[in-house]
Design a protein around this ligand. Structure first.
Ligand code: PBG
Length: 325
């Protein structure tokens, strides 16, 4: 038999493989999600997410310095309130943990890209992402509150705000409020395609944001739907999203790939808490090689079409990519 083409010729050595590699990870691909707690000297490890902790602003700054030094250009901040209430009022407070963290980080590391999560679920006593009226989430009443939250983040100095609530019309509402207040250069990273996923389980421990009753299927997307992702992304881009996100990442590579082919804004993908914890747990058992699986999953997400990956592995992966450790 005569084989004219032998794919193995280009796999023979590490140098050849490097030459023909189609997808290359760099630290600039990553955004590191972090949890900010009120108070001082607070460091609470999140049991279900080894290596992740809730930090008060003073400790957060130190940690973010090492994130920045690893080459990761951006962090995404989630806040925890001192007190929860019906409307999540602390979410828009200039004295909130996130707002303080943004001010402190922009002072300590002016070039760092600070992104803030805009949502109410960590701030409401019922744990839903919006205002609840007679057992239902009131979409349009929630928009005004979300816009005020985003505004408070912009006033603190956020570079991008990232609405994760999945209310209809929130990107437009936030854009309008930011523009009205002179923040036309603050961008919006929209959680455009966010599925009602069981992979968020460990995060809800970290952010103390599990809904007290019911679930989020009335506002987050049905995991069975792909065409709907196009509709959601189109809406967010039309309303002014600068970047759009798919979440979770690895179970939804088809969606990332579809959007990357159809939209010309940058695409981000969120490797969520459950994706992270599964790898950590299996590695702790000795069942998987953590570093190899981490890099393979991040490569797969980028290969599918993501320009950016939000991942709890950001610093670890960046250090391996640049220093080999
Ligand atoms: C809040 C929010 C969630 C995540 C990010 N923003 C949880 C949820 O929607 O229940 C999940 C992140 C993760 O699992 O890492 N709306």
């Amino acid at each position: 038999m005569e084989l004219v083409y032998r794919p193995r010729r280009l796999r023979r050595t590490a140098a050849i493989r490097r030459m023909v590699r189609e997808t290359v990870l760099t630290p600039a691909d990553f955004i590191y999600p972090m949890f900010v707690a009120p108070g001082k000297g607070v460091r609470q490890e999140v049991a279900a997410m080894p290596g992740v902790a809730r930090l008060s602003v003073d400790l957060l700054v130190e940690e973010v310095k090492s994130v920045w030094e690893s080459g990761v250009p951006a962090v995404l901040l989630f806040g925890l309130p001192q007190k929860k209430d019906d409307t999540g009022s602390e979410a828009a407070s200039p004295r909130g943990a996130v707002q303080q963290a943004v001010r402190t980080l922009k002072k300590a590391l002016p070039e760092l890209v600070v992104i803030t999560d805009v949502c109410l679920c960590g701030y409401t006593n019922h744990g839903h992402c919006g205002i609840v009226h007679r057992g239902e989430i009131d979409n349009d009443a929630t928009l005004e509150v979300l816009a005020q939250v985003a505004l408070s983040h912009a006033e603190a100095g956020a570079d991008l705000v990232a609405p994760s609530d999945m209310m209809d019309g929130r990107v437009g509402a936030i854009r309008e409020t930011l523009d009205d207040h002179g923040f036309e250069m603050v961008g919006i990273l929209a959680y455009a395609v966010k599925y009602a996923s069981a992979f968020y389980g460990p995060f809800r421990e970290a952010a103390e944001s599990a809904p007290k009753t019911g679930d989020r299927r009335g506002y987050q997307m049905d995991p069975a739907n792909a065409r709907e992702a196009r509709r959601e992304a189109t809406l967010d881009v039309e309303e002014g999203a600068d970047l759009i996100m798919v979440k979770p990442a690895l179970p939804y590579l088809d969606i990332i790939s579809q959007l990357a082919g159809e939209f010309d804004v940058p695409i981000a993908a969120y490797q969520v808490s459950g994706e992270y914890s599964m790898i950590k747990a299996a590695a702790a058992q000795g069942w998987l090689d953590e570093t190899a699986v981490m890099l393979e999953s991040l490569t797969a997400i980028k290969r599918a079409g993501a320009d950016l990956v939000l991942t709890y592995f950001a610093r670890e992966a960046a250090n391996i990519l640049t220093k080999g450790k």
